[in-house]
Design a protein around this ligand. Sequence first.
Ligand SMILES: [Zn+2]
Ligand SMILES: [Zn+2]
Length: 137
Amino acid sequence: MERFIDRCRQEGLKVTPQRIAIYQVLMASRNHPSADTVYREMSATHPTISFDTVNRTLLTFADIGVIKTVESYSGSRRFDTETAPHHHVHCVKCGRISDFNDQGIDTVEVPDRVVRDFSVIGQRMVVSGICPECGGK
Ligand SMILES: [Zn+2]
Ligand SMILES: [Zn+2]
């Protein structure tokens, strides 16, 4: 939370109670929530907040780098409070996205033909499958 507040101040973004509340909802959700999910949770405690406000706030957070957007596998954009490099396991049934780390994958070399004309700033593995709750292993 302190890191979040520092970062907002550095970027000249006012730290309002509403922005803090949105960030807290994100932090509490371990499932890379969509704007819709954050909005639904926010409206429990902030009944007057609009979806547009939540969505715009999330995009602003992503813009200044306090959160990341996650590849959209189906439908809406998802958000991630973990900004350090990591990888994802994605359940194709319930849409759950979990994090994992693996040094071996971090150091996989990007093919020459990609590096030739592309400035690489990161690489991430996404494993798709079916989670235990949805009847996987
Ligand atoms: Zn699942
Ligand atoms: Zn993640």
